[in-house]
Write a protein that binds this ligand. Structure first.
Ligand code: TRP
Length: 373
């Protein structure tokens, strides 16, 4: 018997085989779309973005110079780390390379119900950890609607339209359907789900610029929400002209020790606020190595880049040059490059990034108000 993959957006999920997950849920592979993008993002080229639903329709819209929306959300949980950085980079790519209208939702209602019941603290984390780092990474206040689920807009027409949609979406789904998608259902989950469906579909409402394509870049754990939003979009045919939202999926960035990168375990992540010395010592001490036990063995058999965390951080975010990356792969695999040397390559790149980023963050702090209209 084949094991069926279960996706629980509120659990902790480790995926061993993304191709299998893709096939099981009818997600399309991203790779065939690469040649249709003039400048595919590094994360797309390197397969970190591994799947999509209807992203070809977004490419069509871009080519026809039709406006489209990039909509995604964040659950404020703690430190902003490398796992969060890859979503921020995609948001910025949509905004600046493809010309999207950006909608970013702080899922404070969801976080309140599922994680931390302190709205003030959630707001503080969303701004000082997420927003400040987004800005420092290059997010522009122009064409960017950054909002909280608990306070959609100061414009009453917009706010009403958003909460009306969330309320009406509930009519479009049955309890059994929700159970089939999410397993055990609680009132907090129902509220979070209906709010997220409104997040995803509302950029198409007249109050938010009207009919257009929407793409939602997410981690694979969010696919249940995407599937449900697509089903619900189709069931609004009487009231609204909605198109099925598109989506793209990225893999989870591995934690230092090989498991999940999680804000609740400082030794699993590199935060973008870590000072270079701390980051270095975390990598040197904790980063799971694909090197062999002894020098002799390593020289003879070579390292295993596929399981090496330092290698993966270089690959997914710190070495954009494909030739250099290939060289590192070959040298590590052959045993010419040692695990400590590989870590050193990463540490130098990462330290330079963190130092530069810290400066940018100081400047970013002054821009926060432009996003909180
Ligand atoms: N549920 C998402 C998370 O856990 C956050 C979120 C809320 C979201 N609304 C969204 C993601 C809309 C994508 C689109 O991180």
């Amino acid at each position: 018997m084949e094991m069926k993959t279960e996706i629980n957006p509120w659990g902790s999920m480790e995926v061993k085989d993304y191709a299998k997950l893709r096939d099981e849920f009818g997600i399309q592979p991203f790779e065939p779309l690469l040649r249709r993008l003039k400048e595919p993002h590094l994360l797309m080229r390197r397969g970190v973005v591994f799947g999509h639903r209807d992203f070809d329709k977004i490419i069509d819209a871009v080519n026809r110079k039709e406006s489209y929306a990039m909509m995604t959300g964040l659950m404020p949980s703690g430190k902003f780390h490398l796992g969060h950085k890859i979503l921020a980079e995609q948001i910025i790519y949509h905004q600046q390379t493809l010309g999207a209208n950006v909608f970013i939702c702080v899922a404070d209602i969801e976080a309140y119900n599922m994680r931390i019941d302190d709205m003030e603290k959630l707001r503080e984390i969303a701004i000082n950890e997420y927003l400040v780092n987004y800005i420092a990474l290059g997010l522009d206040p122009k064409n960017c609607d950054f909002y909280f689920q608990s306070a959609r807009s100061r414009d009453p027409d917009k706010a009403n339209a958003f909460y009306r949609l969330a309320g009406m979406a509930a009519k479009k789904v049955t309890f059994n359907e929700m159970k089939a998608v999410y397993g055990e259902i609680t009132p907090g989950k129902v509220m979070s789900v209906m709010t997220q469906v409104a997040d995803i579909l509302h950029p198409m409402l007249p109050e938010f610029g009207g009919y257009k394509r929407v793409v939602v870049p997410v981690g694979a754990d969010q696919d249940p929400h995407i599937r449900l939003s697509r089903d619900i979009a189709a069931r609004f045919e009487k009231e609204h002209k909605f198109v099925l939202p598109s989506s793209t999926y990225h893999v989870f960035i591995k934690g230092l020790k090989g498991g999940k990168m999680s804000s609740s375990d400082p030794y699993s992540y590199i935060a973008l606020t870590d000072d270079p010395a701390t980051a270095k010592s975390k990598i040197m001490k904790y980063a799971f190595s694909g090197g062999r036990d002894t020098l002799e063995e390593h020289r003879k058999k070579g390292g295993i880049p596929e399981v090496d965390v330092a290698y993966q951080y270089l690959y997914s975010q710190f070495e954009p040059d494909d030739k250099k990356m290939q060289q590192i792969y070959d040298d590590y695999k052959s045993g010419a490059l040692l695990s400590g040397e590989l870590k050193q390559i990463l540490v130098e790149k990462m330290e330079a990034f963190l130092r530069e980023h810290a400066k940018k963050r100081e400047h970013a702090r002054k821009q926060v108000d432009k996003f909180l209209k």
